[in-house]
Design a protein around this ligand. Structure first.
Ligand SMILES: CC(C)(COP(=O)(O)OP(=O)(O)OC[C@H]1O[C@@H](n2cnc3c(N)ncnc32)[C@H](O)[C@@H]1OP(=O)(O)O)[C@@H](O)C(=O)NCCC(=O)NCCS
Length: 198
C-alpha cells in the first residue's frame, strides 16, 4: 500500500481500507486527521452544502480549521473522538473528506463530509463502512448513530449503503435553534455487509 511521508509520521498508525470481492484493496482509505490537512479543510468548508448540513463556523476561517485539527489530534488518544481523513489510497496527502466518530460508552455518533470535487464516487459510503467496521471491531461499540437532515438525500443514500437503517425522527439542538433530523442506526449485531466491488 503506497503511503506518504505524512501518513508514515501519523502517530496513530491507523490506515483503513476496504478489500473488494477480488481481494484487491479499495481506492479510498482512512488515516488520522493531520496538521497538513488544514488548508484543504479550510477550502472545503467554504462549500454551501457542507455549511448547510455540518455545524461548522460561518464564515469559516483558516484558524477554525487549525483549531479543529488541533482538538481532533488531542482527542484521539482519549478515545472520546476519532477524526479520520478520507484520502485516495494512492495519495494519502490529498483530502477527499472527513469522517468522525464521537464515542460515549459503547455508543458512537458518526458524521462525514466530502470536498465538492470528491462527491459522486461512493467515497463517503466507503468511509462510513470503514469507520463503522473499525469501531465495532476495535472500539467494541454496540451501536453507531447518524443524525441526517430530512432534505439530505445524498447522505441518506450514503447511510443506507453503509448498512444504516432509518430508525425514527428526533429533534436536535443546533446553534440556529432546534431542528428535526432523521436518526439512522447501525448495530454491531446487524448482518455484516458483503464486500462491494469498486
Ligand atoms: C453527503 C455527502 C458526503 C455524499 O457524498 P457522495 O458520496 O459523493 O454521495 P453521492 O453524490 O455519490 O450520492 C450518494 C447517493 O445519493 C444519490 N443522490 C445524491 N444527491 C441526491 C438527491 N438530491 N436526491 C436523491 N438522491 C441523491 C446519488 O445518486 C447516490 O446514489 P447511489 O448510492 O445509488 O449511487 C456529500 O454530499 C457531502 O459532503 N455533503 C455535504 C456534507 C453533508 O451533508 N454531510 C452529511 C451530514 S449527515
Amino acid at each position: 500500500m503506497p503511503r506518504s511521508t505524512m501518513a508514515d509520521a501519523d502517530p496513530t498508525g491507523v490506515w483503513l481500507h476496504e478489500t473488494g470481492p477480488d481481494g484487491e484493496p479499495g481506492s479510498v482509505a482512512l488515516r488520522a486527521i493531520a496538521v497538513d490537512d488544514v488548508d484543504q479543510i479550510t477550502a472545503a468548508c467554504q462549500d454551501a452544502a457542507l455549511q448547510r448540513y455540518i455545524p461548522v463556523p460561518r464564515p469559516y476561517h483558516r484558524a477554525d480549521a487549525e483549531d479543529y485539527v488541533a482538538r481532533s489530534i488531542a482527542l484521539w488518544p482519549t478515545g472520546r473522538k476519532h477524526v479520520f481523513s478520507v484520502v485516495p489510497a494512492a495519495r494519502p496527502d490529498l483530502l477527499l473528506g472527513v469522517v468522525s466518530l464521537t464515542v460515549a460508552g459503547r455508543c458512537g455518533n458518526a458524521a462525514y463530509w466530502l470536498t465538492p470535487e470528491a462527491r459522486g464516487r461512493g467515497a463517503a459510503s466507503a468511509a462510513l463502512r470503514m469507520v463503522s467496521g473499525w469501531a465495532f471491531e476495535h472500539r467494541d461499540l454496540a451501536v453507531i448513530l447518524l443524525e441526517i437532515h430530512a432534505t439530505n438525500e445524498a447522505s441518506k443514500r450514503v447511510a443506507a449503503a453503509a448498512g444504516f437503517h432509518h430508525s425514527g425522527d428526533i429533534e436536535v439542538a443546533t446553534d440556529d435553534g432546534p431542528r428535526q433530523a432523521l436518526l439512522y442506526v447501525r448495530l454491531a449485531s446487524d448482518q455484516p455487509l458483503l464486500p462491494r466491488p469498486h
